[in-house]
Design a protein around this ligand. Sequence first.
Ligand code: NDP
Length: 457
Amino acid sequence: MASKEAIEVIEPATEQVMAELPRAGAEEADAAIERAKRAFPSWAAMAPGDRSALLHRLTNAIEERSEHLATLEARNAGKPISDARGEIGMVVETFRYYAGAPERLTGKTIPVAGGVDMTFREPLGVVGLITPWNFPLTIASWKVAPALAAGNTIVLKPAELTPLTAIELEKIALEAEIPEGVLNVVPGPGSVCGKRLVEHPDVAKVAFTGSTEVGRGIAEGAAATIKRVTLELGGKSANVIFGDADLEAAASSAPLAVFGNAGQDCCARSRILVERSAMDDFMSALEDAVKSITVGDPLSEQTQMGPLISADQLHTVSSYVNGDAPVAFRGSAPDGPGYWFPPTVLAPVSNDDRPAREEIFGPVACVIPFEGEDEAIRIANDTIYGLSGSVWTRDGAKALRVARAVETGVVSINSNTSVRVSTPFGGFKQSGVGRELGPDALEAYSELKNVYMATEG
Ligand code: NDP
């Protein structure tokens, strides 16, 4: 039995302990903040080209370890190895994208009387990064790469359930000659280490991805020291399918848009809104697609969906599919050890029902019928969340009208993709504050400084 000071890392497909490591507490968090604070002046002062070269070196070192990192992530998070490879590919792409950024952090000159006015983007200092268990290293990279590029030093607190790839990243960074203290990883509980990052006066900013509930607490805690925050929180995204859409394409793409990563995805299109006239055709195509999803061993190349992350998550997700739930059809799931839950479609569901209102974070989709464009928009927006969503139609003007009317940070037309390294990602409403990725993320890790120089004699 592990001591309270050890984190037992469980493999969700087998329920076996795959690693034990020391659990960091407030003292370790403080020490990491102190190391980051000491490392900051020279990292911030480094010539942009030199910082860029080190970030390129780090990118290459991560790329060399891709298969090892993907296997670790697949086992620890229970995700299919093919997905894990794609995610580590995105980690590499993210580091490469921001490796070029130190030399592109340009300011402006602004015409003024009596002199010259110019702006600079200055680093913030020590930034605290708190990441979840669903896409562990990917989400860490969205924060670490722009934060380092902008000249900050970092304390990263991964989720206790999935700390292994973050710990590897810290080692890889040292091997790639990122100076000591620039990137520090603190594997410990959110209620202790995460809270310390939020409260500590030497931390200038907290960037967090996780539940809306914890995000609210972080925003409150950060207020005490007026910390900058970026919050990427929950979602309950709508996949709006009009009767004039390519229904085959919409139905074949819909399942993995909600069951991918076993539904543990803040962008999951977990509310499938279908125009009433297309319901029968869509549902029959959806049933075939859902029943053909391969659920099983994350390390098998054929697997499309793995287990849930934990026994707690299995318990929570199961509570949405009780005796009264209108189960239309389900896919399969293995028996035996592991936190398995089959892909499940509830239909028809009202948008007022609990499974349509709450972020289930598991493989449960609600199909909600609608009549016409106005009702589709009203239902899509009838939620506290506003992260992602899709519109399927062959009518280009209608697609753009609906995309503009949906209150979310990211919308796809005739596609269910949400995230690209080079484009901004983040939420409206209670899905968060701020944007990650793309060119704008650098602004979230720097302060705008205005300098005026008098030039008149
Ligand atoms: P949390 O929001 O609790 O966890 C996310 C991260 O925040 C973890 O690193 C966690 O640490 C940390 N954390 C927890 N409490 C605090 C705190 N008081 N101060 C600072 N950091 C803290 O998500 P859960 O893991 O509990 O998942 C619960 C639900 O949240 C899911 O079912 C899902 O609905 C949603 N969720 C949404 C995500 C998203 O991408 N939008 C991602 C993950 C969850 P630790 O866990 O190590 O204690």
